[in-house]
Design a protein around this ligand. Structure first.
Ligand SMILES: *Cc1c(COP(=O)(O)O)cnc(C)c1O
Length: 429
């Protein structure tokens, strides 16, 4: 049984009793379902790779990156996006074929660019003319070829939190959709001996439930490519339409299947490129959150409960901001349960607070819980698979939780819990 299941008032995840995992490994604990991630990989294949020819999917590793995750992605035959030298290092150590690595970032350092060229990554996504000039110099110095895409900002406002919106004109990401600038970039690339210009990339934003941003971005990009062909006689081979596909965090969220986005994107590509007499490009997607978000659950132990009459009740847990900064960062919303009390009415509204010295260290502002909630209960916060472990910090010198992976009803540690000793391991005296 994959996902959530309630048996005799107890919450199970992938056939594992959450209360028992908390006892076995301690809390806070990240629990990640390998079964769900593999299901998502299967959906990528049925809805995209096997349905449309000449396509490739790259998992955006910043959502959740461990050696075990690399192994899954490799076995499933997908590629990987990285956005830093550190992510590139983990991907390589995790066995990802460099050919299947796409290197992003709005400010890659010279060392990172050299590292990518040395490893022969499949593609570098160049984010500015400035970066292109640096890369040109590096490749000439190293006498090594590299494939590039240009990330453009497709001038799209999307329906999501502003902090995770990236496709609007005023963005630190990508080359603005101004033809002169993009033509200049292409000209430089075409005149560089070691740079192979392959195509265009955009990424409109994250946690989207609506395909209109992708559709409009494809349309704007097709217009751009048409103009490039007419004025420069250059056609692109590859089009990377990014990620951003939304997941379910709370009851009101209504995520769509991947096909809802893919079919609309592909239809728009075929229509527009045919209308403009352009060669249909190889199409890439880069799902991050969608691949892992719903595969994760974080387990905490409830500690102090503080009732402020006529204001709110703070229920504190033994983690918070250091293992999940998303609520503080962009008012993210989560659902959560007391796994041992699934048969009880949830008739009390409380605020789930972390243990850090920050007022914004709250995980859920208003959560319905059983009236009997008490110190020592376990709390399971759902859909924490993306941007939790990868964003974790050691604020207040809180050690990072372990990551336990579930597969076929069995649990195993894939990242061990940090110890107090780890907290001073890098100190030099
Ligand atoms: C973060 C990111 C993604 C993945 O975004 P999700 O919303 O997690 O799917 C894809 N492409 C790029 C360039 C990104 O920066």
């Amino acid at each position: 049984m994959i996902g959530n299941q309630v048996v005799e008032g107890q919450l199970y995840f992938d056939g594992c009793k959450l209360e028992e995992l908390a006892k076995k490994y301690g809390t806070p604990l990240y629990v990640v379902s390998e079964d769900i991630i593999r299901d998502k990989c299967a959906e990528v294949k049925t809805s995209f790779l096997n349905k449309y020819p000449n396509t490739m999917a790259f998992y955006a590793s910043k959502a959740f990156l461990t050696i075990s995750m690399c192994k899954i992605i490799k076995e499933e035959g997908l590629g990987m996006d990285v956005v830093s030298g550190g992510e590139l290092y983990v991907a390589i150590k995790g066995g990802i074929n460099p050919d299947n690595i796409m290197f992003h970032g709005n400010n890659k350092t010279i060392e990172e660019l050299k590292m990518a060229v040395t490893y022969n990554v499949g593609r570098i996504v160049v984010d500015s003319v400035d970066e292109l000039l640096v890369l040109k110099e590096i490749t000439e110095e190293m006498k090594k070829e590299i494939n590039i895409l240009f990330r453009i900002t497709p001038n799209i406002k999307c329906n999501t939190h502003t902090y995770i919106s990236t496709g609007q004109k005023d963005s630190k990401f990508g080359i603005p959709l101004i033809e002169e600038i993009i033509k200049e970039a292409i000209n430089i690339a075409m005149n560089s001996k070691y740079i192979n210009f392959k195509g265009i990339h955009f990424h409109v934003g994250s946690q989207l439930f609506d395909n209109s941003s992708h559709i409009n971005a494809v349309k704007n990009t097709a217009d751009l490519i048409k103009n490039i062909k007419e004025s420069m006689d250059i056609e692109i081979e590859e089009l990377n339409v990014g990620g951003g596909f939304g997941i379910k965090y709370i009851e009101e969220d209504d995520p769509k299947p991947l096909s809802y986005f893919i079919d609309a994107i592909m239809k728009t590509i075929y229509e527009k490129f045919n209308e403009y007499n352009l060669k249909i490009p190889r199409v890439f997607i880069e799902p991050g959150r969608w691949m892992v978000g719903e595969a994760g659950v974080t387990l905490y132990t409830i500690g102090t409960i503080k009732e402020i009459p006529e204001v709110r009740t703070y229920v504190s847990v033994d983690g918070g901001l250091p293992d999940n900064p998303r609520t503080a960062l962009y008012t993210a919303k989560y659902s959560a349960y007391v796994p041992s009390k699934m048969n009880e009415e949830r008739d009390k509204v409380v605020t789930i607070a972390g243990k850090c010295c920050e007022s914004r260290d709250i995980i859920i502002w208003d959560l319905k819980v059983p009236y009997s909630i008490e110190r020592g209960d376990i709390l399971a916060v759902m859909s924490t698979g993306a941007y939790n472990y990868s964003m974790a910090s050691n604020y207040n010198k809180i050690a990072k939780p372990a990551v336990v992976m579930l597969r076929n009803g069995k649990d195993r540690v894939v990242v061990r819990r940090e110890t107090y000793k780890d907290l001073i391991a890098l100190d030099v005296v």
